[in-house]
Ligand binder design. Structure first.
Ligand SMILES: *Cc1c(COP(=O)(O)O)cnc(C)c1O
Length: 520
């Protein structure tokens, strides 16, 4: 936050240990105003010639006021964006233990491959004969994804996990409509522990969501599902491994019951990194599952994109996959773009999906090979269990008696009597230079702390992380409240009004009159 002159307000003057500085900067931690506060409308980074005299032909509809865009010199613009970029915490900067999100290292080999001009510079409207290599890459990636999951088809175009959920559920909806049951099968079963995108997807596609209660052991029981099944149920959306980091042990029986009831089995495969090379979802009875390339296959998580969430489909759903898809003919590879004459439900994206992500994911797969993928999966599970074992004497776990898979779930039982919450603990981690773990999710566990180290952390890195959490846990139990209550002390901002930001978001900056005079 800063005022109109670009001077930081007191929100930035955070540390009780230090006097506020004149600039508001703290060492190399720079305050950064909005570009609108920083730029001046009369400044331009480029010199434009005065236009020749001309006659306006917009019939009086042209803009009457100054547009008020901020102008900056080239070095000012450069510094603004570089400073903003440095405010991001990223997997390239440190350990990012965000459970369920799988923040693993993005190998630089993938980046080098994605920058090859033959991949980086292709245009989606290029003649097919000139992009045969790109189509072959799409086919190879499809082959790997189908082989690793044991499924019959894959739709590559969805652009995120949640988009993939929509794709899979639309295929299910199309299959149900083709059976003439569109009017009767309207219910989708979603366990209470599911990621919020699952019920949101089902509702968006027009289904009614019915919650499946989680059992005391953190998994969904066949009985709980069977009790809710009936001729009105279209599908179940089940996450495996689930968001408690546990393998759904009854998944095969659940799939059988779901199929017997005439419904489809959607699996949320966001956590496929804990299964790849070990279990094929197709063998479990799954009909549709999205894969987050940015989780399992190490493509970068961007600020909202570009992501990729391919969906694998069983034989029962394959025909309903959206266009486009690649087909091999005697004269080369073709893209089937026209849904007419097929059972495809339509298309998910304007073009073919995120080519750059396909290249990165295939690079990751090929550089690991089948055995390497299996090893990565085993190491991810080993690392999570190592953290579990090293913290089990100081932090409480709801399902501690079972080994976890790729992530370990703690609750806030161990904070009882300290006056501190999960949030306080997470904020204190920021002072120690760690991005907090996932907190308060899954909802089925009180004060949840979900830690996913991934396979890419070294033993030394894990040990430092564990030592830090142990130190914080002892401090919490020894009444060192100051370390927590007002944390983070060293971050650019301290506790934010997150509820206010969600309920009354200020999405538009309006210029103070002093900046633009009467023109606004
Ligand atoms: C990440 C995640 C999603 C959503 O994936 P996006 O790519 O973020 O849209 C869905 N379900 C689970 C369990 C996840 O972890």
């Amino acid at each position: 936050m800063s005022n109109a002159q670009g001077r930081p307000t007191s929100i930035g003057d955070s540390s009780k240990h230090h006097k506020p500085t004149f600039t508001g900067n703290r060492g190399l931690q720079m305050e950064e105003p909005l570009i609108f506060e920083y730029g001046r409308p009369e400044v331009s980074g480029v010199d434009l010639a005065e236009p020749e005299p001309f006659k306006m032909r917009l019939n009086g509809l042209h803009r009457q006021e100054a547009i008020g865009l901020p102008g900056l010199s080239e070095p000012e613009a450069m510094r603004h964006y570089v400073r903003l970029s440095q405010k991001n915490y990223s997997i390239d900067a440190g350990l990012y233990p965000l459970g369920s999100c799988t923040m693993k290292h993005n190998p630089r080999l993938n980046e080098a491959m994605a920058r090859l001009p033959g991949f980086a510079d292709v245009h989606p409207l290029q003649p097919l004969q000139s992009v045969q290599g790109a189509l072959e890459l799409i086919q190879d990636l499809s082959h790997w994804l189908m082989a690793l999951t044991g499924m019959a088809a894959v739709a590559l175009s969805p652009k995120a996990g949640a988009h993939g959920e929509a794709c899979g559920m639309m295929a299910i909806k199309a299959a149900i409509a083709a059976r003439g049951e569109a009017e009767t099968r309207k219910i989708v079963l979603v366990p209470e522990s599911a990621h919020g995108t699952n019920p949101a997807t089902a509702a968006l596609i027009g289904f009614t969501v019915r919650a499946v209660p989680a059992g005391p052991d953190g998994i969904v029981s066949t009985k709980a599902v069977a009790d809710l099944l009936g001729p009105d149920v279209a599908a179940i959306m089940l996450t495996n491994p689930n968001t408690c980091g546990l393998f759904e042990r009854e998944i095969i029986e659940i799939a059988q019951k779901v199929h017997e009831a005439g419904a489809y089995f959607y699996c949320d495969g966001a956590n496929f990194n804990a299964l790849v090379g070990k279990v094929r979802p197709g063998d479990l009875g799954v009909d549709a599952m999205h894969i987050n390339l940015h989780k399992t296959f190490s493509t970068p998580h961007g600020g909202g994109g570009p992501g990729a969430g391919p969906v694998v489909l069983s034989q029962r759903l394959a025909a309903f996959a959206p266009v486009p898809f690649v087909r091999a003919d005697s004269d080369g590879l073709h893209l089937v773009e026209d849904a007419r004459g097929t059972q495809a439900f339509g298309r998910m994206t304007a073009f073919h999906g995120q080519m750059g992500m396909f290249v990165r994911a295939l690079s990751y797969i090929l550089s690991h090979g089948a055995d390497g993928l299996q090893q990565a999966c085993e190491d991810a599970v080993l690392n999570a269990n190592y953290i579990k074992a090293c913290l089990s004497d100081v932090m409480s776990m709801p399902f501690g008696e079972r080994h976890c898979l790729h992530e370990v779930l703690f609750d806030d039982e161990w904070l009882k009597g300290t006056g501190l919450t999960t949030l306080d603990f997470a904020k204190a981690m920021i002072d120690e230079g760690y991005h907090p773990m996932t907190v308060y999710f899954p909802l089925v566990v009180h004060g949840a702390m979900l830690i996913e180290p991934t396979e890419t952390e070294s033993l030394a890195s894990l040990n430092l992380f564990i030592a830090t959490l142990r130190d914080l846990a002892f401090a919490a139990k020894n009444g060192e409240q100051d370390r927590f209550i007002s944390a983070p002390h060293y971050a650019p901002r301290r506790r934010l009004d997150e509820t206010g930001a969600a309920r009354n978001p200020v999405l538009r900056w309006s210029p103070p009159k002093a900046l633009t005079g009467e023109r606004v």
